[in-house]
Design a protein around this ligand. Structure first.
Ligand code: 8DG
Ligand code: MG
Ligand code: MG
Length: 143
């Protein structure tokens, strides 16, 4: 809400990978992209690195500790529904404890988290993520 008609803001979101085939998604409760499936993530805070922000937001929202945090790509996103503009930094990471289930730490902002195969993603996806999928982007490790 705060960014309406203001300067572009920086968001950091995390492709949290499981078995190098699945990502963690949650259905949003928000005026921006309500009911769409999105990655964990949020606003970059003053002085933070992308890696620090990825780890902090993932912990705040899912209770999961992450590592192997790496930069994937950056996209430019203008949200017509509430006139917001984000530069979105997409990171990838894996769980420190692969067997630990995600917890819905912010139930006012999310309906809950689950793992989804990239070749069977839920619909509708949050628009910035939908754009990436349409462009053929994948977050996984290649050998
Ligand atoms: P914070 O107060 O915790 O910092 O913010 P938040 O409540 O967690 O914000 P958010 O909406 O989850 O994330 C900030 C913005 O990031 C969001 O409004 C638009 C942008 N964004 C994307 N793609 C994605 C995505 O896949 N997931 C999330 N969570 N945000 C995304 O462009
Ligand atoms: Mg957050
Ligand atoms: Mg968030």
């Amino acid at each position: 809400a705060g960014s309406s008609s203001g300067a572009p803001r920086v968001a950091v979101v995390v492709c949290l990978l499981k078995d190098n085939t699945k990502v963690l998604l949650g259905r949003r409760r928000s005026s921006r992209g309500d009911s769409t499936f999105a990655l964990p993530g949020g606003h970059l805070e003053f002085g933070e690195s992308f890696e620090e922000c990825a780890g902090r937001e993932t912990m705040e929202e899912t209770g999961l500790a992450i590592h192997n945090i790496e930069l994937l790509t950056v996209t430019n996103n203008v949200f017509s529904d509430d006139n917001a503009h984000y530069v979105t930094v997409f990171m990838r990471a894996t769980c420190v404890n692969p067997e630990e289930p995600p917890r819905n730490m912010e139930p006012d902002k999310c309906h809950g988290w689950d793992w989804y195969r990239w070749d069977n993603l839920p619909q509708p996806l949050f628009h910035p993520l939908q754009k990436m999928v349409q462009d053929g982007f994948t977050p996984f490790y290649t050998t």
